[in-house]
Design a protein around this ligand. Structure first.
Ligand SMILES: [Zn+2]
Length: 147
């Protein structure tokens, strides 16, 4: 019982860090942050935004998100591809529930656990993760006011 609550405290702490990391996003419609943790170390991070070398603007003149904007999860996973780390058996903390495209990447990256703090209207990403045997946990972010 004690270890369960300790894990939950840790999960909530990382989610708060991910939400602080989301503030880096220059996207106006939505800011999402992600952290990848392995063996109690943060091995990668990401927030939604355009690819390296592109302008730091996510929305077009009609306030529609550009098709080449990467999600926070994709940025965190691809950052590992350029490092010496491995996401195998890692935990991902993300401030919003992953979409189906990111869920595919999470599965293929060998991530075994996903903790998120905000429900997205579509649950198909979460469903896919569960189907692949990834542990999925929803936690509330105590720093945010919930309606
Ligand atoms: Zn996504």
């Amino acid at each position: 019982m004690e270890t369960v609550s300790k894990q939950l405290e840790l999960d909530k702490r990382y989610i708060r860090m991910a939400s602080i990391w989301a503030e880096n996003s220059y996207c106006e419609r939505r800011k999402v942050g992600a952290l990848i943790v392995k063996d109690k170390m943060i091995i990668s991070d990401g927030y939604n935004g355009t690819p390296s070398g592109f302008e730091n603007i996510c929305e077009d003149e009609n306030q529609i998100t550009k098709p080449y904007v990467l999600h926070a999860e994709a940025n965190a996973i691809t950052k590992i591809a350029r490092s010496n780390n491995s996401s195998d058996n890692a935990t991902m903390y993300v401030t919003a529930s992953p979409c189906i495209e990111c869920a595919k990447l999470i599965i293929q990256a060998g991530i075994k656990r996903v903790v998120y703090s905000e429900h997205y209207r579509l649950e198909d990403g979460i469903e896919l993760l569960k189907r692949a045997g990834v542990e999925v946990l929803y936690v509330t972010n105590d720093n945010e006011q919930k309606q």
